[in-house]
Design a protein around this ligand. Structure first.
Ligand SMILES: CC(=O)SCCNC(=O)CCNC(=O)[C@H](O)C(C)(C)COP(=O)(O)OP(=O)(O)OC[C@H]1O[C@@H](n2cnc3c(N)ncnc32)[C@H](O)[C@@H]1OP(=O)(O)O
Ligand SMILES: O=C([O-])CC(=O)C(=O)O
Length: 378
């Protein structure tokens, strides 16, 4: 088959590779829907658990269904001793995403039903991952602070329990709600790089744990989920709001990518940013700390400079990175928190891929040396 340069879509940009019923970005209104519901409405009215249920089941839960779902999630939280001991031995020099990737891989190795890819079995595995991943993230953040793990509290919801396991306390409801909004917004985004990775692995009929392990690897990169951490590193590097425009100029001259800006799908601003920014602004307003005010001013100054200089808008990682810092999480925990949310979208896509599977295997246009003769040994 001959291909011309115009046939090639580097990065699969603009290529529609399959259908999905899970979510879509509606370009005309710059909005995002999960199973038909605008994400703004879900963020305003629902808990993260309801959104997880919606993504997996296609409908919002009834009161009874939600109660059962919550009870199941809470019961599945504890890690077994072997897993806890294994994760405590992973070197602290590695990134916490490596700990999470190792954890999911180990959950698979431990699970006797690993090879059962029926919808029921995969739903059970997805729920167990949803319940256990926050326990891994919280324990890892604490051990890096020289502290022991805190047992999950089954009387607390998903978001509240995560704060409890990280800090031993649950903050004001407004802070918990801001965190929950971030989880809702991060939960699903169609064929993004990590979800597509999960679908590629699933398309070979490999197991769910392998697909999620691979997706974690894809999310870690700074062009994808890793950008929420990179945003805070960048703000720490700039420090002074007065320096934002000058710093940006230098960075653009050296062809640096400005973290938390730009998007493959949204070219006029990420539909999730206004909701996340409003929630972050509420955190800033309640802080009253001069350091926070200065950081917020820097965040706004860099955003304004980037829009006016390049016309490139922030993506969700820009306000989320700042919000997680203001909530007290350590920077290396930001992308693992993204995983705690996106596990819902990934596993919904794994189920969808299996239901209508086709092996994902694109073509490449060969540009290497032409066929030649192997030299005969002298
Ligand atoms: C939850 C998420 O995963 S959201 C994405 C998080 N990632 C980031 O924030 C990392 C920074 N952003 C980027 O690197 C990019 O915007 C991406 C990877 C997200 C999207 O990339 P693409 O769709 O391939 O955009 P593309 O690279 O075609 O950008 C078009 C132009 O805008 C520039 N551009 C896009 N984003 C940025 C940015 N953040 N900083 C500087 N320039 C940028 C590109 O350099 C390119 O310029 P050129 O035409 O002069 O070469
Ligand atoms: O859709 C993308 O390419 C990246 C993104 O915003 C996400 O995964 O949430």
């Amino acid at each position: 088959m001959t291909t011309t340069a115009s046939d090639i879509r580097r990065g699969l940009a603009g290529v529609v590779v399959d259908t999905t019923e899970i979510s879509t970005v509606i370009e005309a209104t710059n909005s995002l829907t999960y199973r038909g519901y605008p994400v703004q409405d879900l963020a305003a009215r629902c808990s993260f658990e309801e959104v997880a249920y919606l993504l997996w089941h296609g409908e919002l839960p009834t009161t009874a269904q939600l109660a059962e779902f919550r009870a199941q999630e809470r019961a599945l939280r504890p890690l077994d001793r072997t897993t806890a001991e294994l994760l405590a031995r992973v070197p602290e020099t590695c990134h916490p995403m490596d700990v999470l990737r190792t954890a999911v891989s180990f959950f698979g190795a431990e699970d006797p039903t690993e090879g059962d890819d029926s919808p029921e079995a995969n739903r059970a595995k997805s729920l167990a991952l949803l319940a256990k991943l926050p326990v891994v993230v919280a324990a890892d953040q604490r051990r890096r602070r020289g502290l022991g793990p805190i047992t999950p509290d089954t009387s607390l919801g998903y978001a509240e329990n995560f704060f409890h396991m990280c800090f031993g306390t649950v903050p004001e409801p407004e802070v918990v709600r801001c965190f929950e909004i971030s989880l809702i917004l991060y939960a699903e985004h169609s064929f993004n790089a990590s979800t597509f990775t999960a679908r590629v692995v699933t398309s070979t009929l490999s197991d769910l744990y392998s697909a999620v392990t691979a997706a974690i690897g894809a999310l870690k990169g700074p062009l994808h989920g890793g950008a929420n951490e990179a945003v805070m590193h960048m703000l720490n590097e700039i420090r002074d709001p007065q320096r934002a425009a000058e710093w940006l100029e230098e960075a653009l001259t050296t062809k640096r990518k400005i973290m938390g800006f730009g998007h493959r799908v949204y070219k006029h601003g990420d539909s999730r940013v206004p909701i996340m920014q409003e929630a972050t602004d509420r955190l800033i307003a309640r802080s009253g700390d001069p350091g926070t005010t200065r950081l917020a001013a820097l965040h706004a100054a860099l955003r304004d400079a980037m829009i006016s200089r390049k016309g490139i808008h922030p993506n969700l990682d820009y306000p989320a990175g700042l919000a997680y810092h203001l909530m007290g999480f350590d920077i290396p925990a930001f992308t693992p928190i993204f995983v705690m949310s996106r596990i819902t979208g990934w596993t919904a896509h794994i189920t969808e891929q299996l239901a209508h599977n086709a092996l994902i295997r694109p073509l490449a246009s060969y540009t290497g040396v032409e066929q030649r003769v192997v030299p005969v040994a002298s």
